[in-house]
Design a protein. Structure first.
Length: 100
């Protein structure tokens, strides 16, 4: 999949070094992913929470951080919509947030 906002994830990893390795691993897995529906995402990331037909939430670094991504399966694109601490996540609407 093509990943939109990779630089945002890199910057987040610089600000939060404890998340850097987990973000890198997540990014690598998404870039080689060939998914056509949310059940494919769930199979690849068993701890991911499917939010609706296009969005999923991922726990990063053991749940310290949250990542929300919207998927366009037809075009094979993953759009990063939010990345932040668990506390930041509690303040947003995961179904509508578009941080980037």
């Amino acid at each position: 999949m093509r990943l939109i906002a990779v630089s945002t994830l890199r910057e987040f990893g610089v600000k939060h070094p404890d998340a850097k390795a987990a973000i890198s691993a997540w990014t690598a897995k998404v870039k080689v992913g060939r998914w056509g529906m949310m059940s494919d995402i769930q199979a690849a990331f068993p701890k991911a929470k499917v939010l609706n037909a296009e969005r999923a939430r991922f726990e990063i670094a053991g749940g310290e951080y949250r990542l929300i991504v919207a998927f366009d399966f037809r075009r094979s694109i993953a759009f990063v919509k939010f990345v932040g601490t668990h506390a930041d996540y509690d303040k947003i609407d995961a179904l509508t947030v578009s941080q980037f």
